[in-house]
Design a protein around this ligand. Structure first.
Ligand code: NAD
Ligand code: IPM
Ligand code: MN
Length: 359
């Protein structure tokens, strides 16, 4: 197949992890007989520097026309003045909103070879397989904001329709897994959470009688996620809770550099990006973990291009590389780390070597 992939490297380690991932997609194309076209555009801080805005119209238009978007990360100290007129992060929010990508899938499956990198005891991690579905285009991120000399406000608003569509997407995914859905909110305090809880209960009761729904408050969820991670299958939650809980969930896997994501809407186009940020503390050193971005490329093949076998080939190659302890500095024992490029090369070798019949 021919596919047009818009590539948005962004800032910090973004260009490094994206540059490591494109050859992986090329290797898949060669192995399986596809042609992927890559069209690079600016987003985030680099777009502010070059065009004066974090999401130039040309970037959004290219993304709207593309089959899928692969993104690195945005932001960094250079653009973080609290009084700045524009911020890199606004570009990311605007492209998610502009493409209508309301459901952000963030899977966590600790790999046996990396359990030692997690601060959580290994016996709690075996068999953990959690999919967080984070609402991505509503809530406090997108409500009206005000700022005066004496105060500031961020409005948190959710509509029934916004809750219905993301809960429906999460329940559909639960149906293809273990049939268990946990909806996380703060219904003991927030009105938006009480609406969320009502709508989630109704959608699952009326449309997904085969899915078991449980509600959990976000504060105790933050605790249970670490104390009994095996209890969770699909977790659906609002925008900000999902942001925070998934960085926490990355510690089950052992590194933020292992968690991919897929941002999906009603159509085929999606944005695929690691859940982590631009990691300014390690940018430019060639040591960032590329696996989260490579695994995001696998999600791209699966969700936007419908290439399941190809997606599985990437996931198997990353898994094999982890088994072989091909670890970047975030996972490796001292003195044992490979570079970003070496980790990607290990994945490519395994894609090339893999018996297709077995993939
Ligand atoms: P971060 O996720 O960038 O980094 C947190 C920590 O994790 C750092 O110590 C970093 O070195 C480490 N880390 C992250 N990714 C890694 C990888 N692939 N390999 C090895 N280590 C990795 O979070 P932060 O430092 O709070 O934010 C930095 C900037 O990134 C901010 O400007 C923030 O707004 C932005 N950000 C962007 C995105 C995005 O583009 N989707 C996501 C989160 C944060
Ligand atoms: C993420 C990031 C973004 C978010 C920021 C950079 C806007 O933290 O993708 O998780 O909060 O959604
Ligand atoms: Mn985040």
């Amino acid at each position: 197949m021919h596919a047009n992939i818009v590539v948005l490297p962004g800032d910090g380690i973004g260009p490094e992890i994206v540059a490591a991932t494109l050859p992986v997609l090329e290797a898949v194309a060669a192995r399986f007989g596809h042609a992927f076209g890559f069209q690079e555009h600016d987003i985030g801080g680099i777009a502010i520097d070059r065009h004066g805005e974090p999401l130039p119209a040309a970037t959004l238009e290219a993304a709207q026309r593309a089959d899928a978007v692969l993104l690195g990360a945005v932001g960094g100290p250079k653009w973080s003045d609290p009084n700045a007129r524009v911020r890199p992060e606004q570009g990311l929010l605007a492209i998610r909103k502009g493409l209508g990508l309301f459901a952000n899938l963030r899977p966590t499956r600790p790999h046996p070879a990396a359990l030692g990198a997690s601060p959580i005891k290994s016996h709690l991690l075996e068999g953990v397989d959690i999919l967080v579905v984070r609402e991505l285009t509503g809530g406090i991120y997108f409500g009206d904001k005000t700022r005066s000399n004496s105060d500031a406000t961020d409005l948190c608003r959710y509509t029934v329709a916004e809750i219905e569509r993301v809960v429906r997407r999460a329940a559909e995914l639960a149906r293809t897994r273990r049939g268990h859905l946990t909806s996380v909110d703060k219904a003991n305090v927030l009105e938006t959470s009480r609406l969320w809880r009502d709508v989630a209960s109704r959608v699952v009761r009326e449309e997904f009688p085969d899915v078991t729904l449980e509600h959990q408050l976000v504060d105790s969820m933050a605790m249970h996620l670490l104390s009994r991670p095996r209890a969770y299958d699909v977790v659906v939650t609002e925008n900000m809770f999902g942001d925070i809980l998934t960085d926490e969930a990355s510690m089950l896997a052992g590194s933020l550099g292992l968690l991919p994501s897929a941002s999906l809407g009603a159509g085929k186009v999606g944005i695929y990006e690691p859940i982590h940020g631009s990691a300014p503390d390690i940018a430019g050193k060639g040591i960032a973990n590329p696996y989260a971005t490579i695994l995001s490329a696998a999600l791209l093949l699966r969700h936007s291009l419908g290439l399941e076998q190809e997606a599985a080939a990437i996931e198997a190659a990353v898994s094999d590389a982890l088994d072989a302890r091909v670890f970047t500095a975030d996972l490796a024992a001292p003195g044992q780390a490979v570079s970003t490029t070496q980790a990607a090369a290990a994945v490519i070798e395994r894609i090339q070597a893999r018996d297709l019949a077995a993939a």
